[in-house]
Design a protein around this ligand. Structure first.
Ligand code: FES
Length: 194
């Protein structure tokens, strides 16, 4: 594929700064194939794995390097729920919405999480503590409904337990904040969940 433009060197230099050498090299390989655009989903996965999320600058750099319209790259990134468009919070909440969990009330637990955190799926709370995501099955159907926070499994969760569970993690952040600020330091006030 002929991708050179008048400012190609500048495009590539900027992309290296934003995406890193490894991803730029990967995109370069994709561009050598007969269907470069078919590699877009894989490229976005690679960027998210390395950077934690897909920033606007990442998407713009991919559009330029792969010579794909920026609107199309942004459209693909926002269409698939597994792409994160914001930085990940301190804790990743993953609620299972698979069949076994759903019939045991996972939808009500999910709704309670949305209310308590004030965010939708794929978003991060304004204090940066929690990112909320949903999954099809976490492989622990016997414990339904299940939610995971980072690697910790919470089994048979009810909506009433949600504030208690969240508070446990908020307390952890407060303790970390206190430890890092020292005995005379001030705690960063965390947004108390409504
Ligand atoms: S359906 Fe929820 S863990 Fe399997």
């Amino acid at each position: 594929m002929n991708t050179t433009t008048d400012n190609w060197h500048e495009v590539e230099t900027t992309a290296r700064r934003i995406l890193g050498d490894e991803i730029v090299a990967h995109i370069d390989q994709c561009r050598q194939t007969s269907e470069p655009q078919s590699h877009l989903i894989g490229v976005l996965h690679k960027i998210q794995a390395q950077h934690g999320y897909l920033a606007e600058a990442h998407l713009d750099a991919v559009a330029q390097l792969m010579q794909i319209p920026a609107a199309k790259v942004a459209g693909v990134a926002s269409f698939y729920h597994y792409y994160r468009l914001q930085p990940r919070g301190r804790f990743l909440i993953n609620i299972c919405l698979g069949t076994a969990c759903y019939v045991k009330g996972a939808d009500r637990v999910a709704q309670k999480l949305i209310e308590e955190l004030g965010i939708q799926f794929g978003e991060t709370s304004t204090d940066g503590v929690f990112t909320l995501e949903g999954s099809r099955c976490l492989g622990t159907c016997g414990l339904a409904p299940v939610l995971m926070i980072d690697n910790e499994v919470h089994a048979q969760v009810t909506p009433d337990q949600v504030p208690v569970i969240l508070e446990k993690y908020l307390s952890r952040v407060r303790r970390e904040s206190h430890a890092s600020s020292g005995p005379t330091g001030s705690l960063t006030p965390l947004r108390r969940l409504p």
